[in-house]
Design a binder for this molecule. Sequence first.
Ligand SMILES: Nc1ncnc2c1ncn2[C@@H]1O[C@H](COP(=O)(O)OP(=O)(O)O)[C@@H](O)[C@H]1O
Ligand SMILES: [Mg+2]
Length: 369
Amino acid sequence: MSELYIGLMSGTSMDAIDAVLVDFSDGIRLAGTHSHQLPPSLRSRLSELCQSRPDEIERMGRIDVELGQLFADTALELLEGAEHHAGSVRAIGSHGQTIRHRPRSSPAFTLQIGDPNTIAERTGISVVADFRRRDMAAGGQGAPLVPAFHAGVFSSTSHNRIILNLGGIANITIIPAGEPASTSGFDTGPANTLLDAWCQLKKNQPFDAAGEWAASGDVDARLLEQLLEHPFFSQPHPKSTGREDFHLSWLQDELARLGSPIDDADVQATLLMLTARSVADAVASSSMEKGELLICGGGAFNMALWQQLQGLLPAWSLRSTADFGLAPGWVEATAFAWLARQTMLGLPGNLPAVTGAAGPRVLGAIHPA
Ligand SMILES: Nc1ncnc2c1ncn2[C@@H]1O[C@H](COP(=O)(O)OP(=O)(O)O)[C@@H](O)[C@H]1O
Ligand SMILES: [Mg+2]
C-alpha cells in the first residue's frame, strides 16, 4: 500500500496554504513541497469571519467551499511539481482554516473550514479532516495536535528537547531526554499574530521581515508587563489559544489603557519581547534546565526574535529544525500528513497529557476518494 501522504496546512497567520508530499516508507522524506499564498481578498474575508458578525453562516458556507477548492488546487499543484499522480497518494490530511477556537467556553468548541468533500472530489484522493473536534469531544482542548508528531520525529536519547512552533500562535512540545513517552506541550501565547497585525496597520506590510522593524525599537517595560497580565499566560496547562484571545483591538485597548503614547517601532519591539518572554517563561516552567530548542514555523525567519529568545534562554542551544532534517516552514504541514496516516491506520493522533483529553483518540473524519 502507498506510503505517500499529503499534508495541507493554513494556520492562524492566514498567510498561505502550505502543502507537502510525504513518503513514510522509510522514516519521513519530503517528496515535494508547495506554498500557495492566500489571495488578499480571501484573507480579509476569512479574518472578518473570525469575529461574530451578522450573516456569518451564509458567508461561512461560501468561503468553506471556496477554500476547499483552493486547498484542492494547492494539492494538485504540489503533485504536478513533484511529478506524482493522485493515484499514488494514500490520503490528504487537511487541517482547514480555523475560524473559531473556544476551548474555555461551555461547551467548548472549535471550527475549521475548507470543505473536505470538495477536496476529495477535485483531487480524487481520500481526505482526512476535522482533526480537532474528536479530541475536544473527549474533554480536550483540541490543540495543540503537533506534539505527538514532534515526539515521533525529534526525540533524543541524550538531549532534552523542546520544539517551538512559531506560527500565528506559539506552541511548545517538551520531550525529556530518553523519555518520549513523557512528552508534554501547550500553546504559550501569540507568536506572529500581533506582530503581523501591528505591522499591517502601521507599515501596510503583512509581516516584519526578519524582525528588523522590531529590532529598530525599544521594549517598553510598562507595556510589556501590562500585556503579560493577560490571564492566558498564568493559566495552568493544558491550554490553547487563538486570535480570539490575542487580536489587534485587544492590543489597541491595552495601548489606550497605558495612558501615554508609545512610538510605533517600540510597540513592535515590545510585541516581539512579549512572544519571547512568554516562550521563555513556558520553557522555564518545564523543569528542564538545559537542552536543545528546535525552532520551526514562519517565526523561525525572524532573526530579532531568535536574538531575544537566546538572551532569555542562555542555557538552551537554539537550532532550526532544518538541522534535524525538516525545514522550519514545512513542519506543521508534515505533521498533518502524519496525522492523516495515523487516522488511516486506525491509530490515535492526540496526546492526552497535552490536550487534556480523556484518552488517546483516532482523530478526524475520512472522506473517501
Ligand atoms: N522572513 C520572515 N521574517 C519574519 N517573519 C516571517 C518571515 N517569514 C514568515 N514570517 C512570519 O511567519 C508567519 C507565518 O508563519 P506560519 O508558520 O505559516 O504560521 P501559521 O501556521 O499561523 O500560518 C508570517 O505571518 C510572518 O509573521
Ligand atoms: Mg502559514
